[in-house]
Each structure stands twice: as C-alpha cells, then as structure tokens.
Design a protein around this ligand. Structure first.
Ligand SMILES: [Zn+2]
Length: 318
C-alpha cells in the first residue's frame, strides 16, 4: 500500500444559505479554506469548487431514505462505503445498531486498510475514564470507535497527547479543559501539524470532531463561527506538514446541522467533502457519503475492483 490519507470527520456540517443570521460560515474568518478554493465560500448551490490542488464537492448525506439524516448511519456509510441507512431501514442516530456495528468492523476503513497490508490509526486522544469503560464493556461507542476497535486499532491516550502524538476531539484542548480535565492547550495550527505528522507515518488516519454538531443543535451562531475558525487553523497546520510529506487531507461530514442556526435539528442539506494534496482528484466524483471510503482506498492504490490506477474511478464518473 502506498500513500497516506488524513480524514477529518466533522459531525454535522452541511452547506447552507448565504444568510449570516443562519450560517456561521458567513462572517467566519476562514483564510485556509477559501484560499484553497480560489476565494469561494462553500454554500448551498455552490457546485464543485476547485483550487490548484484541492476540490470541494457537495455530497448527498440523505442516502435515499426519508427523514433527517443521522450520525450512526451517516458515519457508517462514510467509513464503509455501504448505504447504512438502507441497511438499517432508515436513519439511526448516535450509536450504531448491531448490524451497523458488524458492518463497521467488517468493512470500516481501518479494517480495509489493515487487510490490504496498510497501517491505520485513530488520532483522537481518549480520556482515561473512556478507556476504562471500553475495557469494562460499559462505554457506549459511536461509529468511529466501533470501527477502530473492530479492526484492532489501538486507541490513543492522554499520554500520547502529552507527547504531541494525539489530538483532543475539540482540536485545541480548550473545551476539554473547561470540563475539568488537565490537558495542554495547543494552537489549532499546532494540532494540525501534529495530526499530519502522525498521518505521514500511517496510510490512513482518522480524526473526529463532534462539537460542530453540538453547537448546531444549540443554534450557537457565534460559537459555530469560532469552531469553524479553529478548524480552519487546524487545516492550515495540517497542510503545512501534509503537502511536503505526500499526505492527502480530506475533510468530510456525516450530515448537515451547524450551517443552519435557525433550526435545532439536523438538515437535509448536502455536506462538503474537501480533498487537498496528492490524491485530491479521486474525490472529484464523490456524490454521496458512500463514495468517500472507495475514494480513500483509491488514493492508497487500492481502487474499486482491485485496480491500482489513481483517479480511475473519478474519471469514469466524470
Ligand atoms: Zn446531532
């Protein structure tokens, strides 16, 4: 297996309207994101946005099922390439059901990469109580954790966080500190550099950020803007290291929410899929959440049908 992908999964970030009273993307300072896309801001109806080594594709998150899209099915689709909402008979929120968990273990990206002889890792630092709960079987794991554990991927600890080899879910540690945990606070750019250094040593690295969904449910427009600015800084730091080390950085989301502060629920809006770096072209044809995992495998030289040609799938779709 060749190449590296850093997948940044943002929970609940869709493409919204240009209304600054609803959409925190409008009015947020996002120089990295807009700089990658020739100055354009990703909004509803924006179409495919391109830059010199980057693409942002509006991606359907509804998976052909009625009802608002939800995290467990969206994340399972994103991580496995299978239509998890159809498998489950409709959207499933928060925690995967048993069939979804089995699918995540069998076919999650961690498993796909490891089975093909590659190395995968989950970048998030888990707090000691969570790791104890997992060991005791009392922890309710979301799709990402189920997929990692199901593939035998070791979870990163606060010790690795201290060593700069893990990142807290909130990127900087500021939110985690407010919850009373003693973690170092780092600049978003430094968290991004740390993420890309770990990614360069692996074929597949996942980082999950879920505050975007919580702020979306709270309708917190100013908080949402601040989060997007942190993520933009993280992206800047990640690209600083990633582009010189052959790492493709992908930012994806499971469903809309944050982009519309006028509702406290998820939305049916398409979600942005951003790909930057050597494998970006493989993501040009990502129309649905189910296209993301195959595109990741294609960048790693394991295209659909066992083909090893880069970007073949995207070109066929175009
Ligand atoms: Zn939610």
């Amino acid at each position: 297996m060749r190449g590296s992908v850093l997948l940044v999964m943002l929970d609940g970030v869709g493409l919204g309207s240009p209304d600054p009273r609803r959409n925190p993307f409008v009015g947020a300072r996002l120089p990295t994101l807009t700089g990658l896309l020739g100055g354009a801001l990703p909004l509803l109806g924006c179409g495919v946005l391109r830059g010199p080594q980057a693409v942002l594709v509006p991606t359907d998150a509804c998976l052909g099922m009625p009802g608002l899209p939800q995290s467990a099915t969206g994340q399972t689709a994103l991580l496995t390439g299978e239509n998890a909402a159809r498998l489950a008979g409709g959207p499933v929120s928060a925690y995967p059901t048993r069939p979804l968990a089995e699918l995540l273990c069998r076919q999650g990206l961690f498993r796909q990469v490891n089975s093909a002889g590659g190395r995968s890792t989950f970048l998030n630092a888990f707090r000691p109580e969570s790791l104890e709960g997992i060991a005791e079987g009392t922890y309710r794991a979301t799709a990402t954790t189920v997929a990692a554990l199901g593939a035998g991927v070791r979870l990163r600890t606060f010790k690795e966080l201290e060593q700069g080899r893990a990142v807290t879910h909130d990127v900087t540690g500021a939110h985690v500190r407010r919850l009373g945990l003693e973690v170092e606070e780092v600049a978003p750019e430094e968290a991004g550099r740390r993420a890309a250094r770990v990614a360069a040593e692996h074929n597949f690295t996942l980082f999950e950020h879920f505050l975007t969904d919580l702020f979306g449910h709270a309708g917190d427009l100013e908080g949402g803007r601040a989060l997007l600015e942190v993520i933009d800084g993280f992206l800047a730091g990640a690209l600083e290291v990633a582009l010189s080390r052959g790492v493709t950085v992908v930012v994806a989301s499971d469903h809309g929410n944050l982009e519309d502060a006028s509702v406290s629920t998820h939305t049916v809006n398409p979600v942005p899929t951003l790909a930057v770096g050597p494998g970006w072209e493989a993501f040009s044809g990502v129309g649905s959440l189910t296209d993301i995992a195959p595109a990741v495998m294609e960048v790693l030289g394991e295209g659909r049908g066992g083909g090893r040609q880069a970007s073949g799938r995207a070109h066929r779709r175009a």
